[in-house]
Unconditional design. Structure first.
Length: 293
């Protein structure tokens, strides 16, 4: 079992300060923005943008799992689909095409696209997104099979490069959509590094009973009080950079393989030596072990 690199809120590099606030945001945030306008959105971006690299740069750095949250925009005449995290970011079509351009140049590379949150989406929007995936990736997409059957050899033989996970009942009706439960991503929801590490460890112990892929989110989540204290600094300086040494120590001690980690995601993936450390976990795999992803 290879260990794959992932980014948390993968598209958030593209967050647009000029966009409206996303429909999933609580009324307090909506009111804050309506009073303070652009200033409020600039501060929001510092806490909502968890990545500083676009898709192409992330792919070039080794990221192969993308955490994707999709939304419609209120009163949008074009009925477009956008990536969203508090504020709207890039159009989904543009992001998918950017990933496809990389895959066309690197025919042996495989990516995991995890569509795990949908906001303001009706049946017609899901149909639009499914068609967009068909038009962009076509036969590059691997139909849903058992997780343990997905070896690199299998994917190369079939010329599949994309696995799409879709956390909605729509997945049942479409052969190339893998159901969301095949990609569990337990969330610690804490600002405490020690609690995060305990949570990650306990989750891995549970992992292989499920026979699915599995995400370890090495991610700390700010509380409202943390945001207020570090309002001008943002997520990166206030939380992620300070906690990095302890989080990296945990990653370094992990093992690849059946009972180990599978996909590790983080904020600001370029910080420290996160990427090289995760890649190194694969070097320790026994020569004879299968190359399941």
């Amino acid at each position: 079992s290879l260990v794959l690199l992932g980014s948390h809120d993968s598209f958030s590099f593209y967050i647009d300060e000029a966009s409206p606030v996303g429909p999933e945001q609580p009324e307090t945030v909506q009111n804050f923005v309506s009073v303070f306008g652009t200033v409020a959105k600039k501060l929001m971006r510092k806490w909502l943008a968890t990545q500083t690299m676009n898709f192409t740069s992330q792919l070039g750095a080794g990221i192969r799992y993308f955490d994707l949250r999709i939304s419609t925009k209120p009163r949008d005449p074009d009925n477009e689909l956008y990536f969203a995290h508090g504020l709207f970011s890039a159009k989904v079509k543009e992001g998918l095409e950017e990933i496809n351009a990389f895959l066309a140049e690197h025919p042996k590379e495989v990516v995991f696209l995890d569509f795990n949150h949908f906001y303001g989406m009706q049946k017609c929007h899901h149909e639009k997104l499914v068609q967009m995936l068909k038009d962009t990736y076509g036969n590059k997409m691997c139909p849903a099979i058992f997780a343990h059957e997905v070896t690199l050899q299998y994917l190369w033989e079939k010329e599949h490069q994309v696995l799409v996970f879709y956390h909605s009942p729509v997945a049942v009706e479409v052969a190339f959509l893998w159901p969301g439960q095949m990609m569990p991503a337990p969330w610690a929801n804490t600002t405490d590094t020690e609690k995060l590490i305990q949570f990650l460890q306990a989750s891995i112990t549970e992992r292989r009973k499920k026979g699915s892929f599995f995400i370890s989110q090495v991610v700390l989540t700010p509380k409202a009080s943390t945001v207020v204290k570090g309002v001008a600094s943002g997520l990166r300086e206030t939380i992620t950079e300070r906690a990095l040494p302890a989080m990296m120590e945990w990653v370094r001690t992990q093992k690849a393989g059946e009972s180990g980690v599978n996909i590790i995601t983080a904020d600001f993936v370029e910080l420290g030596d996160f990427i090289s450390t995760v890649i190194k976990l694969n070097y320790a795999l026994d020569e004879g072990e299968d190359d399941t992803t």
